[in-house]
Design a protein around this ligand. Structure first.
Ligand code: WQD
Length: 343
């Protein structure tokens, strides 16, 4: 059974491809390589023993997208990761985000209807909740006005999928709302490869510890939280990847209870920035150089998931704790340095 993974050479995509292959799925990756490298295919093959099929493709181009689907008629399901995802960049360049993220999705949905591809898993985000009034946040918590064009593209994309599935009853979809994916595969052959200065906390921590960055700036310690720093639900990228395979299985086996289902993918535990730093120092034995600075505009104070629905309905639960996540991130950063120094 062949699954198309758009954005499959990216961080979460590549980890999901490995887990799909581990479960016996055949995979074709289509990616425009705007934020990833083609050699990830070799690293996936080193882990799973199988190099996935690959096509370089920009899904925001309707003609190229149509040609791709006309050529690949054996696709049984799609996991759609391919999108721009930098919150700050989306504020500076909203039209680039709306065009790329929404037109790509619509081109894919058009081809699903045309070719009778019935299943899509969509990569969504906890940013749709904004700063929830009530914590932990469940799937029926109110969707708040997005804090960035990036977050808005996730909200609009869910609506586009919902309405498309409503119009074409053959189609089924699952939106997975990620909390904060971190860490790397235990082999340290794949992991997060931020281009340029990382926006996200964990790659900034490991790059500071390895000497690429001078100092981590901690954005604010005056939040209404136990240690004053902001709280997030960090989830190991492999736990997240496994949930995608379960979601594909669910749709293909017809176990879905509605045409369009939404699941929160978190651990149910919130950790503060300082707790993440302490965990890193514990597992790495490194003393991290950091400084408290002002809050980052657009950051929510605290958010973590109510994972009951995913636990019960998908039979899925995140297994890895914070220390294991941080240890895997550090192992990956050190492996990158060895690769760069040609060891
Ligand atoms: C985490 C915490 C920062 C960097 C992002 C995306 C979101 C989703 C998850 C995709 C915050 C603090 C960070 C730094 C810091 N991704 N921080 N210094 O913003 O929660 O969410 O990832 O769907 O869309 O926005 O993640 O890692 O940037 O920040 O103090 O150098 O770390 O203030 O409290 P965020 P993050």
């Amino acid at each position: 059974m062949k699954i198309l993974v758009t954005g499959g050479t990216g961080y979460i995509g590549s980890h999901t491809v490995v887990e799909l292959q581990n479960q016996g799925y055949e995979v074709i990756i289509a990616d425009n390589l705007s934020n990833s490298h083609e050699n990830v295919l070799d690293h996936i093959a080193e882990i799973s023993g199988k190099r996935p099929e690959f096509e370089k493709l920009d899904f925001s181009d309707p003609q190229h997208t149509n040609n791709f689907f006309d050529k690949n008629l054996d696709i049984k399901g799609i996991i759609h990761f391919a999108a721009f995802k930098a919150v700050g960049e989306s504020v500076k360049n909203p039209l680039m985000y709306y065009h790329n993220n929404l037109v790509s999705l619509m081109n894919i949905l058009n081809n699903m209807s045309k070719h009778g591809i019935e299943n899509i898993v969509f990569s969504s985000s906890c940013t749709v909740y904004g700063q929830p009034e009530k914590l932990p946040v469940s799937e029926d918590s109110p969707i708040q006005k997005a804090w960035s064009p990036y977050g808005n593209t996730k909200q609009i994309s869910e609506d586009i999928i919902y309405d498309t599935l409503n119009a074409d009853q053959r189609l089924k979809g699952i939106a997975l709302r990620y909390f904060n994916p971190i860490g790397a595969h235990e082999s340290a052959k794949i992991g997060e490869l931020p281009l340029g200065v990382p926006n996200n906390l964990v790659p900034f921590i490991t790059q500071t510890a390895i000497g690429i960055r001078d100092q981590l700036k901690v954005f604010g310690d005056d939040y209404n939280t136990p240690d004053g720093t902001a709280i997030r639900d960090y989830i190991h990228v492999v736990d997240l990847a496994k949930a995608h395979v379960i979601a594909v299985d669910r749709m293909i086996s017809g176990k879905g209870k509605k045409a369009f289902e939404v699941f929160n993918l978190g651990t149910g535990n919130g950790y503060s920035v300082m707790e993440v730093i302490k965990s890193f120092e514990k597992v790495s034995g490194e003393k991290l150089n950091y400084k408290i600075v002002d809050r980052r505009p657009g950051d929510v104070e605290q958010v973590w998931a109510d994972t009951t629905f995913a636990n019960n309905e998908l039979g899925w639960k995140a297994e890895k704790g914070l220390d294991e996540m941080m240890a895997s991130a550090w192992k990956w950063e050190k492996a990158l340095k060895e690769k760069e120094s040609g060891l």
